[in-house]
Design a protein around this ligand. Structure first.
Ligand code: IMP
Length: 189
């Protein structure tokens, strides 16, 4: 089946292709000629994922899924959460988001956090949701140069490496999005 992944993030696309690419043809927004910023105004990651997928499904008439991810830090009462992408301000990049988190956690002993991804799948007039979570800790400094976003400061439980020190397949095997994608894969088969 051909499925549009409502993203142009090359890391996310590679993750999705490696997990469900053998069974389904995964194409990006660029591939269907969509270069717009998708609406993302929800109060939860589930609402945002749903909004993005519905927009593409309705406007382009294609089976489609979208993901939204939040980094939830215990000592910050779940922040940045749904605001993870623009935590340091509207025009901020990953570096500044990380800087803000590290500053807020300076001298904080409890560094527990989790990544949560929700995938919304719009297919044949139905919608379905799949969630994936990974528990871990926020490091005191950046480690590694792979991946994207908060990867350099997130160390999943049971590992000595940050996500940014892992190969793509190591990360996929345990990551929030990897887990959500595996659930979707099980549903689609
Ligand atoms: P979105 O789901 O793409 O909107 O991502 C929300 C925020 O979480 C952005 O700042 C992303 O860079 C970050 N993010 C999403 N997925 C990951 C990941 O797998 N690792 C690290 N950061 C991520």
């Amino acid at each position: 089946m051909k499925l549009v992944f409502a993203t142009n993030n090359k890391h996310k696309l590679a993750e999705a292709k490696s997990i469900i690419g053998n069974d389904h043809e995964i194409v990006s927004l660029n591939d269907i000629g969509c270069n717009e910023n998708l609406p993302e105004t929800g109060n939860t990651i589930r609402q945002n994922a749903s909004q993005k997928a519905m927009y593409v499904y309705e406007k382009y008439g294609v089976n489609c899924f979208a993901d939204d991810t939040g980094l939830e830090i215990d000592a910050l009462e779940g922040r940045p959460g749904v605001y993870s992408a623009r935590y340091a301000g509207n025009d901020c990049d990953a570096n500044r988001n990380i800087e803000k988190v590290l500053t807020e956690l300076r001298d904080v002993a409890n560094r527990k956090a989790k990544f949560r991804t929700v995938i919304a799948l719009y297919i044949n007039s139905e919608k379905h949701f799949f969630e994936g979570v990974v528990d871990g800790t926020i490091l005191t400094e950046r480690k590694g140069s792979e991946g994207f976003g908060y990867d350099p400061v997130f160390c999943p439980d049971g590992n000595n490496l940050s996500f940014a020190e892992m190969t793509a397949s190591q990360k996929n095997a345990i990551s929030h999005r990897g887990r959500a994608l595996e659930k979707m894969k099980g549903f689609l088969i």
